[in-house]
Structure formats: structure tokens, C-alpha cells
Design a protein around this ligand. Sequence first.
Ligand code: URP
Ligand code: ZN
Length: 459
Amino acid sequence: MDKLLIQNAKIINATGIIEADILIEGSKIIRIEKHLYSDDLSVKTIDAKGKYVIPGGLDPHVHLDLPTPAGNSSDDFYTGSRAALAGGTTSIIDFVTPSKGESLIKALHDRKAVASASCIDYALHMGITWWDASLAREIEYCIKHEGITSFKTYLAYKGSIGISYDELFEVMKVVAKYNGLVTVHCEDGDKVLARQIELIKEAKTSPRYHAVSRPADFEAEAVEKVLKMALETNCKVYLVHISSALSIEIIKKYRNVTVFVETCPHYLLLNEDVYQSDDFSIAKFVMSPPLRGKKDNEILWQQLTENFIDTVATDHCPFNLKGQKDAGKNNFVRIPNGAGSIEYRNSLLFTYGVLTGKISLQQWVALTSFNAAEIFGLSQSKGSIEIGKDADIVIWNPEKEQEISISNQYQRCDSNIYEGFKLKGMAETVICKGNIVFDNNKLMTDTINGEFMFREIVK
Ligand code: URP
Ligand code: ZN
């Protein structure tokens, strides 16, 4: 089996920092010791002096090739996973989104066929987009036989994939019985729908009204109801893309609930000022929830500093302005929701979090890799640099700089919400299950294939 030796590594794990060498055999890390060397000429050696050596990123919330009425999200599993690699992310969790009435298991098998184009390992959250009692057996089957232990529900998107609070309560009761995890998109769907109808009636149709239709209190009210139900059903919950200070305040009241909190780079680094225009190009910032105020950015950063927020995921779901977002040129409700940052998450958090002193190197690794592996049952193989784990390793150059631009991105989209942002600190070499797949800005993914990550229940 091929061997790879990384020498002079400053290894940053969420649990500690050590200086050592790392020996990889095949797809696994087999030794971590000081002064490892090899006189076997077939062993490839990398000198990591002056760099950080970190576990490959795990992005627990992405939507590649997501079908919508405006076409599929513009990155498919191949292009999106390559962009992930270029940014130092070596595994992802995407979603199965069954149609109303469709069997979960059938939808899972269809989604796996699409996801097999991924260059990196992937797991799937199972979407619960409709409810009747027959789904209880399918949920049990997913957990016991399909390696799917987390179930995604949307309180937003009424009329398509959204479910009601009562339906969510039923889902929680079943998932709690098998010790699984329910992940929730918290925005009160009925209130959003009513506000959208009002705005359209008043001829307020441009993209800026997307934000007006989904204020922070619609998120916070949903958060509170979800946490009350979690308490009652004893169900563990994971709140996706929390965007506001108001929601954080609510979550802090529910100390007796097992609740994990996710935010995204855009809720830390961008704010609602972008909506102060009637230009259609601001449609690139149409995502749900929408961007909030600067104070919200500040409070969310503080929650990273204080380890209250568990993960920073991208919710990567880009759509082209031309040919996709422009479906809503005359009606913001028709703009497909979402934006992309799979390529930039680690670097944005390093540049604007680590280098500004808001988070430590260890917190950075916890937020981008370790915590998601623990929460979602992937820590046997992912999330840290340890003997026996997958050799998903990033050699991080803290000095390497770049300006984000659609002209040099691997992400596939005709716009970028971070256009012009400066980055300092980037992936230099990325090793995915023992293969060097990115080096000095070049991707080499021809010989690798991502595999489905079967998950076990986290005790
Ligand atoms: O706007 C977003 N977030 N689009 C992706 C789907 C979702 O709601 O997570
Ligand atoms: Zn999402």
C-alpha cells in the first residue's frame, strides 16, 4: 500500500496541538510520532514546516444538485465536492428530499445515485417533507439499516417541503424513540407566507422584500416552539443556520434540552445593508433566513468565542443569477433561495475569526470539522488527526492570500456573495483518504471517488 509521510507537522486538533510527523498508509493514519523518517524511496514525503496541519473540514449542511422549480442548484456533487477540496473540506453531509407521499427509502436510493458523483465522502440527512404514521417504520429502518441518523425538517417553505409544528412533534416522538437527531430549519412558515402575500399585493416585488418577509422574530418564535417540543418529546435537536441574536437568547433559556446550534459564514460576515437596493443583482443574497444586522453578526461571533455555537456550516446552495435567480425578476417569492461558500468556509473563518483573535486555532478546527463529526456520528473516521482515522488532512498555509472572485473560484455559479473579500490563510495541500488531491492551487481528483458514510447512533 502507498505510504505518505508528513514531516514537521504542527498538528491542530480540536482537543490539542502537538508537533510531530504523520505516517499514512493507504487511506489511514498509522503513526503519529516525532522524528519519523523513512529511507524507503517509494514513500512520498511532505515537509509541513511553518504550516498548520489540520483535519479535513466536514461541512454538515450542503445542497448539491438540489432540484427546485428554477432548476438544480448550480453546483452538482462533482463540481461542489471539488470546490470543497480546494478549500480544505474533505467530507460533506447533503440531504435526501423526498416528494410528498414518496417513500423515504426509495428517495434515499435515488439520491445516493446522484451523490455518487462526489469526489469526497458524503453522508445524507433524511428530509421529512410530509407526514403520516407509515413514516415511523421508515425512520426506524433508516436508523437501523441505512446509516441515516439525522432527519431534516423545514418549518419554512409552506406549500412545498415545509411541515407543520404538529407534524414536527410526531417526527420528534419517533426519532427520539430511536435516539436519533432532528435538524430543523426554524422560520415560521405560515407567517412568512402571509407576509409574502401582503408584500406582493402592495407591489413590493423586488429581491430586497425577501428580507422584509422573513424577520428575525419569525425565526426566534419557531426556535422557541421547537425547543418546547424537544423538551416534551426528549428529542435531540440541531438548529440549522441560526442567524440572529434573538434566537440565541431563546436557545439559552432551554438548558434542559439537548440542542446543537449551527450558523453559517454569511450570518457572521455579511449584513442586511446589502438589501438597500432595488438592483436585481442583490438576488444573490436571497437566502433563508436572510442576512441580519451588524449587531447580530457581533453576537454570533461572541457565541463562537464562548463555544455556544457548535458548527459553522455553509448551507451551500448556489443558483446562477442568469437563468435561475432571475425566475423571480418580477416577484421575489420565485427567486430560488440559497448561496454558496463551500470553497471558502475554512478560510473565511480563519481570516476573520482566528487572525482577529475571536477564536483559537483549536476552536476553528472544532467548528469546521470535529464537532460535526461528533454530533453526526462520524467521529470513528473523521474530525481529527489520530491513528486509525481516515487520512483526510489539510496542510494549511497561514500566509497564503487570495481575493475571492468568480474569476478564480472552483464553485460553479455566475456570482459570489463574497466577491472582493480578502483571505489570508488557505489550504495548500489537501490529502483525502491518503491521496494528494489538491496542491498549490491544482486539483487532482481523477483517481478518487467519494463514498457514502454509514452512520451509527451517537450514544
Ligand atoms: O436559502 C437557503 N438556505 N437555501 C437552501 C435551503 C435551505 O433552506 O436550507
Ligand atoms: Zn439548507
